[in-house]
Every structure is written in structure tokens, then in C-alpha cells.
Design a protein around this ligand. Sequence first.
Ligand code: ATP
Length: 417
Amino acid sequence: MNSLLQSLDPADLQLVLECGELAAARGFRAFLVGGAVRDLVLGLESPDIDVLVVGDAIAVAQDLARQHDGEVLRHHAFQTATVTLRDGRRIDFATARSETYSKPGILPEVTPGTLEQDLERRDFTINTMALALHPDGPGELFDPCEGQEDVRGAQVRFLHEQSFSDDPTRLLRALRFALRLGYRIESRTATGIRAAAQGEFLGDISGARLGREFGKLLSEQPVAGAAALQEWGLLEGVFPGLDVDSGRLTRLAELVESEAPDELRPWMTLALLAVHLAPQERWDLVRRLNLPREAQRIVVDSGEPWRLALEALNQLSVDAPPSAVADVLDVLSAEVLAVGVSGVKESSQRDAALRYLHEHRQLVPDLDGAAILELGCADGPAVGDVLRALRRARIDGDVTDPASERTLAERLVREAN
Ligand code: ATP
């Protein structure tokens, strides 16, 4: 057996060989393909197991799920399936296909195909290697586009001149792989990217596909990805008026390390790229990229709502207590604040906003609504008023422990009744 296949984690090796046997039992052939093979060639661990079946991938996926009491999710339209095993491992199955592009950017016509046809429809040579899984020769490497050669030469190379017009999402994928692997972009491929940028190819793809690839690039490479888009002339093609300020992006990346959940990070970067967009343009941008609601909120609120909050901060007197800052900033999410703060130069407003973000935003009183009612407060808006006053007292350091908070609460309840 080829040593590449043997370098798989032993449990994964057993699993993919089983896929090969199940496919063979139905008269099909199966191959490990895509990122998994690329990563094996690179000597990296791959999170993906992608199995290509020349035959009926859904049937093989069902066989595997049955053997392991796993779950199978089928996509008949694409002839693909995903099996999730009881230990959480996931195997993606795809049926080998051939694709014909009738119009740039539009999804291709798909018909069942051979291994070679399936590899030829892929994006870059480093992603076109396949390892045989069939029992009569497991581990044989198919490398029709010289992917290994390009791994050795550390370059991202497309398969043919029409690659980017066929599918402009590959423009973003090229940058993502080049940055992730530290590869250069091969010269004809680079010429292709520049021509695609001039030809505004990105305008041809659906918002959902553009948003997805753009999000993948920015979540992997928040600073370098944005800079590369600008450098290759692709940022305007994503949306007119987007602009990179790498100082701000670096500041944001530092803040984001600790502040933001992974799935929101790319949209925080996008919000910074949108710094020069007017409120309506921000709405157009989130619609163009078909962004999820949370992402929309970050991009839109980093515009006018943040500007208004900053204006309100500027109007606070120098000796305003921290709770006054909280009153202004509580309406904005932590993500919007991080984006906003990274765009503000050293100033007392920046310090106040950072302090709020890191120290005060999460502060809540020990007592809750039920406790306030137990202290004899009348049911109604007074409960909320007392809780807000307790939070302000916490933020301003007027109360620092549960006992003093309770004493304050008792007084506030007496005054409210
Ligand atoms: P990652 O390590 O980021 O998961 P990957 O190579 O596995 O990278 P996927 O987006 O999961 O990338 O795609 C799996 C495979 O499908 C790729 O290796 C590539 O061969 C192929 N592929 C994905 N998108 C395209 C595309 N737009 N055009 C052609 N081939 C594609």
C-alpha cells in the first residue's frame, strides 16, 4: 500500500479502506480526494475525509452508515451524502461527475463522470490528487494535473484558462490556499486573477456563494486575506467602496482574539472594510453577500449607530462615571464595539470604550428580579429600575460585594415603594 495512505490516522485508514470495500462490493470504485489528499501530501493532518465514488456515492454512504449505526444525510440533487459516526467522525461522499459550464458564474450542468473527469472539474492542481481505496490496489496515487509537483514548487495553479470565468469563487479560493500554505500564485494563474478582477467576474456569482467563500477567506485570514483582496484588485468586485486600512485591521485582529466567537470574526473584518460606506450602502452590501442576521447587524451597526454612540461619548464630561459610558454603549453588541474601537485613534473616548468592553459590559448585579420582589418591591417597572441602579453601582464601584449590594437594594426598594 502507498505510504501516503498509511500516514492517515489508523482509525481513519481503516474507515476509508472500508469505504473502498463497500464500494467494490457494489461494483464501484472509491477514492480519497480533495483537501484530505493534499494535506497528506503536505504531511499535515486533515480535518476532512472526502470520498469520491465512481458509481453511486449515496448507496455506499448508506452501507457505511448501516455498518456503524451512523447517521446519513443525503443530497439527491448533488448525488452526495455525509455520514456521521457515533464517535462524531464525518465522512463526505460524492459521486464522480463531469461538469459543463454554459455561462460564467452560473452553476454548471452536471452528469455522472469518471475519476479523471471529476478531478478535471476541480479548482487547483494541489486539490486534484486522488488515492485509490479499492481492495485490489489501495493507495495508488492519481495525480493527473501534477499536483505533487506544485506542492514541491509551493504554488497554486489553476487547471485551465477558463477556470475563473467558469467559477469566480475560485478567485477567493486561490488567495485562501496561497495564504494558508504560504504558496505563491503561479504566473498564468496570477494573470488569470488580474484579468478576472478587470472583468469584474465576481459580479456574476450568487450572493450566497460569494458570501460563503468571502467569509471563509476572512475567517482564516482576517488581515492578510483582506489585504490580498485589495492587492489583487478583487475587493471592489466583492462590493464597490470596500477599502482596507491595515492598521485598523491589525488592531481589530488583536481585539478579536479574545472578544469574538469564531463565526462572527469575518463579519467584523467586513465591517471595518465597509468603513467608508453610507448606511444604505451597508444594507446593500449585506444583501449582496446574503449575510446571516447576526452578520448584518455587525456591518450595519458599525456604521451610523456606532457613530452616534461615539458622538454621545464625546459629549460626556471628563468626570462622567463609567456607568454613563455604559448607558451609551449598552445598546451595541461586543462585536460592533470591537470594530468601532479599532477605528478610533488614541483618545479618552477610546480608553473609556475599551474599559467598558473589557471590564464593565459583563457586570451584572448579584440580585435578580425575584430577589428584588422578595425585598418587597412592587411588581412592575420599579423592579427593572432597581436592577439598573444596582448595575450602575457595580460599574461605578459604589458596591463591590453582595452585602453592600443588598443594603443598597433595600434602600432603593424603600424609595421606589
Ligand atoms: P479546506 O481544507 O478548506 O476544507 P478543501 O480543499 O477541503 O479545503 P472544500 O471547500 O472543502 O476545500 O472543497 C473540497 C474539494 O472540492 C476541494 O479540494 C476542491 O477539489 C473541490 N472544490 C471546492 N470548491 C471548488 C470550486 N469552486 N471549483 C472547483 N473545485 C472545487
